[in-house]
Ligand binder design. Sequence first.
Ligand SMILES: Cc1ncc(COP(=O)(O)O)c(C=O)c1O
Length: 404
Amino acid sequence: MARSYKHMETSVIHEGYDSKEMLGSLTTPLFQTSTYTFDTAEQGERRFAGEEEGYIYSRLGNPTVKVLEERIAALENGERGLAFGSGMAAVSAVLIALTKANDHVLCSVGLYGCTFGLLSMMKEKYNISHSFSTMETEEEIRSQIKPETTCIYVETPINPTMKLIDLEMVARVAKEYDIPVVVDNTFASPYLQNPLELGCDVVLHSATKYIGGHGDVIAGLVVGKKEFLDEVAMTTLKDIGGVMSPFDAWLLLRGLKTLPVRVDRHCDNAEEIFKRLKSHPNVEAVYYPGDNTHPDYHIMKKQMRRGGGVISFEIKGTKQDAQQFLNNLSFLKIAVSLGDAETLIEHPATMTHAVVPGDSQRDMGITDQLIRLSVGLEAWQDIWQDLEQALNKITVSLDAYSKA
Ligand SMILES: Cc1ncc(COP(=O)(O)O)c(C=O)c1O
């Protein structure tokens, strides 16, 4: 669905919904129903045979969910959108649709822990192999494509290291081999980055994060070509069954209306916090795409509107110091997830990426000292005050650290 409005700020509010068709209701009505009645047995037969348009059963389609699917399709500039019960339901439906036994998936170095877990399971059960590439150059990508590669799967910004991948370059190389490129766009949100416009084939989101934005929904969204998503809708979505509930779609439609306002504020706050983290003596390194000394800053400028709301940083000290730092925070919340109004902070090595074995964690750049911070919508001064007082308390192992 092409965007009907010139500006994303208007699209997030109006796409896919016409109040005239819904008795003038300003907000999208919540169709909280599992099934739909047929006027006659013959009508039921026609609907199942696909000879007549209309709803049948909410696992196959629901009017509230449909508005959300049309809205996300417009925001990502794709032909069709599909809604799922979680980000992982979306990831698994897409990966299963694009592979069969003995195929190969080429991935970015660094993936969300459960995506890594899913790929490991697919290898064990169906011999669908995967390998990791930095995707830094065209040659690097070409050298890792195999005859059995059926999908290139990329996260950017990468969770939790905040490295970036040049999507336009990956899409260009993939086209030479006719391999679809799938992008997990969760960290950027559709407001900051639109992978389909850069030539990629499928974009997916954990809508749990910035799209929902209020920490009250688990959900996933996918956008891509109609032909591919029609197939997903009738196979890995319908038959595996990871569908979105109408109420969650209703909450996401509400959350989406403020996406640009929220994400701009997340970015403003993250920029302030980044500067201060960078000069704190107990911080070893800070990873933020909006940093003009970040090695991938040129990619950020090319494909993202701004640097986003997530910052990762390494503290000086040990794993225990990292944990003690989290324990010393006063009002900032220790929690996984991101993109919520509340600032959330976590320890990837033992939380979101705990399923990734130690060696692979090191390859992905996940150390025991790494902290992931999703900067919330509170006043940045309050966020910094809490972070600073907890950082100042990291003294226990610092002596040993400086002698090492
Ligand atoms: C980058 C990324 N992709 C996918 C997921 C999975 O989404 P969900 O938790 O909604 O299933 C997450 C969850 O944290 C994530 O960070």
